[in-house]
Design a protein around this ligand. Structure first.
Ligand code: FE
Ligand code: CA
Length: 521
């Protein structure tokens, strides 16, 4: 197939299905380096600063990893085009064993097209399991910086140890991403981001002297593209992406605060669907996701599994796209949270998760997900958490009871906590079926942010809750081997300045085969 044909079929596909098929063509590599016909004037020098938004990699398999970049010499250009000419640009990529690229193992060319904001998602295959690689891109006259990524161990591998960090909630206007500096000071095999990667609210960054996007809420595709670009102007976020592969899932703010399923109480349904479609499209464009995750209209397949040999299976969840509308709770009445017709995961994802948990042979089964599962009694408001979907949670806990060493990692609430997950929260004597680590935000602060406070065994009404740490920013680092899981809650001293020191505010362990959190620090 010649470049001309490829361009034509790409455009035909675009008319019919949005941008879905574009990168399938772009990802196969070896595209001839002239622009496709009919897509704007050929030639002409590209602006400088093409790689201003950095590099990223993600969703590692034993033989593959996704490489990402976006050409954006002017990240905050209001039209969302990043300052790029409206034509396809070939982007060469290289993967090597060494940082100086003397031992290149794979190379190819992807096409960055304006329909996809000049992003590329290269699904590099044919790599060796459980090994570090260096990668870089080249476009026009420019070569990108070098980034590092790592493949997963083979499915049958008796993997020794996995070290990863999980993060969430990085409201750019609330502070600097100092937590990422600390995160990458230790070598990590993986970073998991649990959502609120961007916030849709006013994007002003000038209070902290940070680049700011146009004021107002993100509504259009251009708005969401500019917002993602604004966030990636942060050097610590880029450094964290360059340091290790990421596995990402989204929460509400990537679209709009507290959306659920097909709707949002403040937005007419058709308008919301259109907005969800452009938000998901911009999200996919800016994340190191595989083609299988590319959105079609307003839907995107985000729940998926990422395996690390027989050591760990990550069940990545999507608690937004299929959930029932929030229960209309007020202080007096929250009956709807018990309604068995309401769902958090939707029937398909729920069955997929149940099957995956019951059949996984991995020692640790990790639920990478958004909102807290553990009960926060009495029924707390808002009803956005699993507390607001009690029948769904009852079924989830049943599935966890049938799984080997399930551990939930959670974001959303902007504070740290740790809890044992009980078979039945109404019965404090019921079996411990798993554990949940809730990590605080990278930067987001909550309305009425509390003063920093750390409490162990905080609440007699919730004996399963063994730790809370409020009013601080950070992330959680996890070190996992066949016998033991260890989580360290890292918090930074400040997000008001570009650099900060960090410390461990608490640490917990779980012994494989013996559910229950043990405090170790
Ligand atoms: Fe958040
Ligand atoms: Ca959230």
């Amino acid at each position: 197939m010649v470049a001309r044909d490829r361009g034509v079929s790409m455009n035909a596909s675009l008319d019919r299905r949005g941008f879905l098929v574009t990168a399938a063509a772009a990802a196969v590599g070896a595209v001839a380096p002239q622009p496709a016909s009919g897509s704007g004037p050929p030639g002409g020098a590209l602006p400088d600063g093409l790689f201003s938004l950095g590099l990223a990699s993600g969703d590692p398999l034993p033989d593959a990893v996704v490489l990402w970049t976006r050409l954006a010499p002017e990240p905050l250009a209001p039209d969302g085009a990043g300052g790029m000419p409206r034509r396809p640009v070939p982007v060469h990529w290289e993967v090597a064993h060494d940082e100086s690229f003397r031992r290149v193992v794979r190379r190819g060319t992807a096409l960055a097209v304006p329909e996809r904001a000049h992003t590329v998602h290269v699904d590099v295959r044919g790599l060796e399991p459980d090994r570090w690689y260096s990668y870089r891109f080249r476009a026009g006259r420019e070569t990108s910086p070098v980034a590092r990524t790592r493949t997963a161990p083979a499915p049958s591998a008796r993997a020794g140890r996995l070290t990863f960090a999980f993060a969430s909630c990085q409201n750019f206007t609330n502070g600097f991403y100092t937590a990422y500096q600390d995160m990458i000071s230790a070598e990590l095999d993986l970073v998991v981001h649990l959502g609120d990667y961007i916030y849709e609210g006013p994007g002003r960054g000038e209070a902290l002297g940070r680049p700011h996007a146009p004021e107002g809420e993100t509504v259009t595709l251009a708005d969401y593209r500019v917002r993602h670009a604004q966030y990636k102007t942060d050097p610590d976020l880029r450094a964290a992406h360059a340091a290790a592969p990421w596995v990402v899932t989204l929460d509400d703010h990537e679209v709009k605060n507290d959306w659920s399923g097909e709707g949002h109480p403040a937005v007419p349904p058709a308008e919301f669907r259109a907005r969800r479609a452009v938000a998901l499209r911009a999200y996919f464009e800016h994340m190191p996701l595989r083609q299988a995750q590319a959105p079609v209209h307003h839907e995107m397949l985000l729940h998926r599994r990422v395996g690390y040999g027989n050591l760990a299976q990550f069940h990545v969840l999507d608690t937004r796209q299929y959930r029932s509308a929030l229960a209309a709770c007020d202080e007096a009445d929250c009956e709807a949270v018990w309604d068995p017709a309401r769902t958090m995961l939707g029937p398909e994802q729920e069955a997929w998760l149940d099957r995956g948990l019951r059949t996984s042979g991995a020692t640790w089964n990790v639920l990478a997900q958004q909102v807290p599962i553990y009960e926060d009694a009495p029924v707390g408001l808002p009803a956005d958490k699993w507390d607001g979907y009690r029948e769904s949670r009852r079924r989830l806990l049943e599935s966890l009871g049938a799984a080997r060493n399930p551990v939930a990692i959670t974001g959303d609430v902007h504070f740290n906590s740790a809890a044992n997950l009980l078979a039945d929260f109404a019965d404090p004597g019921s079996a411990v079926v798993g554990a949940e680590f809730v990590g605080t935000s990278i930067a987001s602060s909550s309305p009425r942010e509390p003063a920093p406070e750390t409490v162990f065994d905080p609440d007699p009404a919730n004996p399963h809750l063994v730790f809370t740490n409020r009013g601080e920013r950070g992330y959680v680092r996890c070190t996992v081997d066949a016998g033991r899981w260890r989580s360290e809650y890292r918090v930074v001293d400040t997000v008001d300045r570009p650099t900060s020191t960090a410390r461990t505010v608490a640490a917990f362990e779980i012994e494989a085969g013996r559910p229950g959190l043990r405090r170790t620090g």
